[in-house]
Design a protein around this ligand. Structure first.
Ligand SMILES: [Zn+2]
Length: 423
C-alpha cells in the first residue's frame, strides 16, 4: 500500500485548473483549442514536468506525460482523461482523471516505488463534442476509430479541424496520431460517476465493468414555410411539427425496449427561419441513443428511422437522417478490474461493480488496450453543471486506488493478451 495521497495539493490544483474558464466561477467553460484551453494545458504540462515526467504531444493535441520505468521496452500502463468542458459545466468532469493521474504518480514517487513498465498520464483532446460535433476526438484518432480525413471535414465556425489545430500549435499528419493495439499494457481512467448510485448506496468507489454504446444522429426535416397568418392549417407542411412528433417517436422507441439501460434524448432542435410569424420550413434535431446492448441499441435506431419515415409521409415533409456516430459498447478487462478491486480492499474502501452509461475516452482506449475505470461519487449525481461537486475526500480515495492500481499493473508480467476489450 502506498503512502497517502496529497489531497490538499490535488484540491488546490483542481481549483487552479477551474480558474481557466470562459464562464464566471463556479461555472467552467473550456472549449478545445480556445485560448483558455491552451492555458489550462500549459498548467497541466507544467505539473507534469515538475514531477519529472517526459511530456510529448501528438498532432491532435493529445498530451502524454511519461514516468519512465525500469524496463522501458515493455508497453507502458496509462491513465488519464480530459480537461475540456462544455459551456457552463463544472470543475470535476475529466479534470479529476488528469490531475488525479498526476497525483497518483507523485504519490508512488514519494513512496520510493519504481515502476517496471513506464506509467503515462494522458490528457485527451476534445472528449466533449462541443466544438467539432463529435465526442472523444483525441481518443478516437488514437485508437484508429476515426479516419484522419476528418481533419478536413470536421469544422468549427467555418474553420476545419486542421486549420483550428494548426492555429493552436498542433501540426503534423493526423494519421500519425493512431497507436497500434498492444502499445499500452493497460489503461485506467479515474472519473466522477456523473450519476447518483455511489452516493445513494454509500459506496466509495465504482468499479466499471462495461461502458454503454453511444450513437447519435441528425434528423433533417424539410417542409414548406410561409406567412403565419396567410397559410391555412390544412395546407401546411410545418417542418417543426413533424420534428416534434419525431422527438416523441425517439422517446417511444427507447421506452419500447422495456430495459432501463436504453436511453434516448433529442437535445438539439433548430428551427428555421425561427420567426414568430413564419411557418417553420426546416428543422434539425440531434438525437443521442445509448444502450449497453449493441443489438438493442441498433434496433432502437432502426425503430426511429421507420417512425420518422411514417411521420414525414403523413405530414408531407421530407426527412433525412444522418448518422453522427454509432460506437460499440466496451467491456472492461478482468485483470484491470481485479487490480482496482484489490486496491480498494487494501485501502478498506467500499466498492461495487457498475456500468458507465456516459461514455469516456476509455470507450476507445478499450479497443487498443485492456481498460478499466474507477468511479468516485459526485453530489446528487450532478454533472455538466456549475454545481457539479466531488468531495476532496472522494477525490483522494479515487486517486489512492488509482495509484495502487497503476503500481500493480506496471509490475505485472502481462496484463492481458491482445489489445481489445470490446464486446
Ligand atoms: Zn468526462
Amino acid at each position: 500500500m502506498t503512502p497517502a495521497v496529497d489531497g490538499e495539493r490535488l484540491w488546490r490544483e483542481l481549483e487552479t485548473l477551474a480558474s481557466f474558464s470562459d464562464a464566471p466561477a463556479p461555472a467552467v467553460t473550456r472549449i478545445v483549442f480556445g485560448e483558455t484551453d491552451l492555458r489550462a494545458r500549459d498548467f497541466v504540462k507544467t505539473l507534469c514536468r515538475e514531477a519529472s515526467l517526459v511530456v510529448r504531444e501528438d498532432a491532435v493535441g493529445n498530451t502524454f506525460a511519461r514516468w519512465i520505468g525500469s524496463d522501458p521496452t515493455r508497453p507502458p500502463v496509462a491513465t488519464g482523461s480530459h480537461c475540456d468542458a462544455i459551456p457552463n459545466a463544472g470543475r470535476f468532469d475529466g479534470t479529476v482523471g488528469v490531475l488525479g493521474g498526476i497525483e497518483a504518480v507523485r504519490t508512488l514517487q514519494r513512496s520510493g516505488f519504481h515502476p517496471r513498465r513506464s506509467i503515462e498520464v494522458v490528457l485527451f483532446t476534445s472528449e466533449e463534442p462541443t466544438r467539432f460535433g463529435i465526442g472523444c476526438l483525441g481518443s478516437r484518432l488514437l485508437a484508429g476509430a476515426l479516419d484522419p480525413s476528418v481533419g478536413d471535414t470536421l469544422t468549427s465556425n467555418g474553420q476545419t479541424l486542421n486549420e483550428v489545430r494548426a492555429s493552436a500549435g498542433f501540426s503534423g499528419a493526423l494519421s500519425e496520431v493512431r497507436v497500434p493495439a498492444g502499445a499500452y499494457a493497460a489503461f485506467v481512467e479515474l472519473h466522477i460517476e456523473q450519476g447518483p448510485i455511489l452516493e445513494q448506496r454509500g459506496l466509495d468507489i465504482g468499479v466499471v465493468t462495461a461502458i454503454a454504446a453511444p450513437a447519435s444522429l441528425r434528423i433533417l426535416v424539410e417542409g414548406e414555410g410561409g406567412h403565419a397568418g396567410a397559410v391555412l392549417m390544412p395546407d401546411r407542411r410545418d417542418a417543426f411539427l413533424a420534428a416534434a412528433e419525431m422527438a416523441l417517436a425517439v422517446e417511444a422507441a427507447a421506452r419500447s425496449t422495456g430495459s432501463i439501460d436504453t436511453v434516448a434524448t433529442s437535445g438539439v432542435c433548430d428551427v428555421f427561419p425561427g420567426a414568430i410569424n413564419s411557418v417553420p420550413s426546416r428543422t434539425r434535431l440531434e438525437v443521442d441513443v445509448r444502450d449497453i446492448d449493441l443489438a438493442r441499441r441498433d434496433s432502437v435506431l432502426a425503430h426511429i428511422g421507420r417512425s420518422c419515415d411514417d411521420i414525414a409521409g403523413r405530414r408531407r415533409v421530407t426527412v433525412r437522417i444522418e448518422p453522427i456516430n454509432a460506437d460499440p459498447p466496451a467491456r472492461c478487462a478482468q485483470r484491470v478490474i481485479d487490480a482496482i478491486i484489490a486496491s480498494c480492499e487494501a485501502h478498506r474502501l467500499r466498492c461495487h461493480p457498475m456500468i458507465s452509461r456516459a461514455y469516456h475516452d476509455s470507450l476507445f482506449m478499450s479497443r487498443i488496450a485492456p481498460t478499466g475505470m474507477i468511479f468516485i461519487p459526485c453530489r446528487g449525481g450532478v454533472s455538466h453543471r456549475p454545481d457539479e461537486y466531488a468531495s476532496p475526500e472522494a477525490i483522494a480515495h479515487g486517486t489512492a486506488v488509482l495509484a495502487d492500481t497503476l503500481a500493480a499493473l506496471s509490475t505485472a508480467e502481462a496484463v492481458e493478451g491482445g489489445g481489445s476489450g470490446r464486446l
